[in-house]
Design a protein. Sequence first.
Length: 145
Amino acid sequence: PTVLVLNGPNLNLLGTRQPEIYGAETLADVERLCAAAGDAAGLEVDFRQSNHEGELVGWIQQARQSAAGIVINPAAYSHTSVAIFDALNMFDGPVVEVHISNIHRREAFRHHSFVSSRADAVIAGAGTQGYRFGIERVAALLATG
Ligand code: DQA
């Protein structure tokens, strides 16, 4: 089975983007971490990033055919996108939302995520380790049904 790992806007600049908040690891580092976590959990990892809301929506729609579960860091779209929320609601498998930073310790506008009301689990503030937790959780949910 495949887990789709989706990353939203500005995460392409991970490592150089506000490292005091998001750390020094790059998105390529996160991709490697996810591949290793997928190997360990028995899941194929399809890792993607986009700065475009519609592209993310399209990938979530395609996942209905191509993925068993989704790990998503919607980045800023967490707080704004009904379209990503709606797309995730048409996906039947497990969905885990990941935020590198603890969004609840930051500005008030980051405290609400549209995606959280669809997500089976939400991981925030665990750094890039959150992606590994997300993949492990998807594997566990797929195993138990
Ligand atoms: C983020 C938190 C969001 O509020 C922010 O817009 C991001 C990254 C995180 O991983 O901590 O781009 O999702």
